[in-house]
Design a protein around this ligand. Structure first.
Ligand code: PLP
Length: 463
């Protein structure tokens, strides 16, 4: 292999160096990842230099991967009359990402006052914002109504509150109603949301009561359509197509029973990405094309006009773009032969393994050509939990001073990160065309105590 060979051949079964097009979510490494002079390079930036300049742990986001993922999603939808892509901001959100997606005409799905605030600060237009959540606060609803964003209603009590607020503001809330299709996605149970027992959304059997309520309050509620999101990191198409079949049938019932033709349909996100060579996700374009084709065929079946089709992927647009760089620290062997190698980060910057046993792939960013070890090692974090394990069995063979890169940390890492053990969250850089720009500053010790207050009586020299 030449120095400049794409590392795909190393860490994934599909080789980009042979000129095949690989959907970004099917590859373990970011689109722009290469090996240059034995170093991992992303976005034209040498990661060893990035570590020197910005420190570690470091979150790196590859702009090209995000752009190609969005374009792939849009390409799959291109045969459908009217569509709108929303990025699910919970996957990874900051002002720079808002601007990046806004510049590509992608909207934002927000789920909290903070995400909504971020969207507004990035001048995201109201027509491009969707507010989600199973327990939205009055402040969140107020704000969404004030700016005219669409609200995805989770339950009847919330709908009643929205109606009340809309009345006092003498406005009309634009809503979609989240329904539970009763479909179980092929994913970890903590991130399944389409099954009957889900905490999100309204059971189909309760929908007529909700629609009746809307009908009685039409002055204040503009009913745009239904929404469904069946979960995350889903690798099969069948749960998505089954959901659309159920939704189309539900649109037909709403038309029959209430004479209502709904203008929009939001089929959620949930597409998986490859974290290890064993993961075989669906290509982004295949996923979005299948959604579009299924909506067309199912709505035609019931002679329904095609609604505007909304999708809201998160992980599939940003997950593969992210790489976390760590410095190797101490190692040790246990009596039963486990070889632990500790990294200078862990569950505070990446809570996915401890939360749902997520798997990852690693490489040595400063010695890409290093031979694999003969025995697996366990890459652990530095936090005070035995469960703080980044990879249980990895064949990389780190030595003192090495830099470990963990792939696919672009989604649900920074956004789920904490300050556990009073550790500042890492910096995040966006890389493109050989340039690395900070998009989130590293938190300092000063940041950590910034909000602390000490009651005066606890100060020894207080009067
Ligand atoms: C309502 C909703 N839409 C979209 C998403 C994005 O999911 P994913 O990142 O798997 O695409 C989520 C994530 O949980 C969600 O709850």
């Amino acid at each position: 292999m030449s120095n400049d060979t794409q590392i795909s051949a190393k860490v994934s079964s599909v080789s980009k160096s042979q000129g095949e097009f690989v959907s970004p979510n099917m590859s373990i490494e970011p689109v722009s990842a290469k090996t240059v002079n034995d170093h991992l390079s992303i976005g034209g930036c040498d990661t060893v230099e990035l570590a020197k300049t910005f420190g570690t742990p470091l979150w790196i986001m590859d702009e090209q991967t995000i752009v190609q993922s969005v374009l792939a999603c849009k390409a799959g939808l291109s045969g459908y009359p009217q569509t709108q892509v929303f990025y699910a901001g919970k996957a990874f959100l900051c002002l720079a990402i808002c601007h990046l997606i806004k510049n590509m005409n992608v909207g934002l799905d927000v789920v909290s006052e903070g995400e909504l605030y971020t969207a507004v600060q990035a001048d995201m237009p109201a027509k491009s914002i969707l507010l989600h959540g199973n327990n939205k606060s009055q402040e969140e609803l107020n704000k969404a109504l004030e700016i005219g964003a669409r609200i995805v209603v989770d339950n009847l009590a919330e709908l009643k509150l929205i109606t009340q607020i809309a009345k006092t503001k003498n406005t009309q809330a634009k809503i979609l109603v989240r329904v539970i299709p009763g479909v179980t996605g092929d994913t970890h149970q903590h991130i399944q949301t389409g099954q009957e027992q889900s905490k999100f959304g309204i059971a189909l059997s309760s929908l007529p009561a909700v629609v009746s309520f809307i009908e009685q309050n039409r002055q204040y509620i503009k009913f745009l359509g239904l929404h469904s999101h069946i979960g995350s990191q889903i690798h099969k198409l069948q749960p998505f197509t089954q959901t659309i079949e159920i939704l189309a049938k539900t649109y037909a019932s709403i038309k029959d029973d209430f004479g209502l033709t709904l203008g929009e349909l939001n089929v959620g996100g949930g597409l998986g990405i490859a974290y290890t060579a064993k993961d075989k996700p669906i290509a982004i374009e295949t996923w979005s094309r299948t959604l579009a084709q299924t909506v067309m065929s199912e709505f035609n079946k019931y002679n329904l006009p095609l609604p505007i089709l909304l999708v809201e992927p998160g992980r599939a647009l940003v997950g593969t773009a992210g790489v976390t760089l760590y410095q190797v620290g101490f190692d040790k062997w246990t009596s039963n032969g486990t070889h632990y190698v500790a990294l200078n980060g862990g569950m505070a910057d990446n809570p996915r393994p401890v939360t749902y046993q997520a798997l990852y792939t690693a490489c040595l960013a400063n010695r890409m050509g290093a031979p694999k070890g003969s025995q697996p090692i366990t890459l652990v974090g530095k936090y005070c939990e035995q469960g703080d394990i980044i990879i249980k069995e990895s064949l990389i063979a780190p030595e003192d001073g090495d830099l470990v890169a963990i792939f696919d940390t672009g989604a649900y890492n920074a956004s789920m990160a904490s300050n556990y053990n009073r550790t500042g969250r890492p910096a995040c850089v966006l890389v493109a065309d050989g340039k690395a720009e900070i998009i989130i500053e590293r938190e300092t010790n000063t940041d950590l105590i910034d909000k602390d207050k000490v009651p005066k009586r606890l100060l020894k020299d207080s009067p």
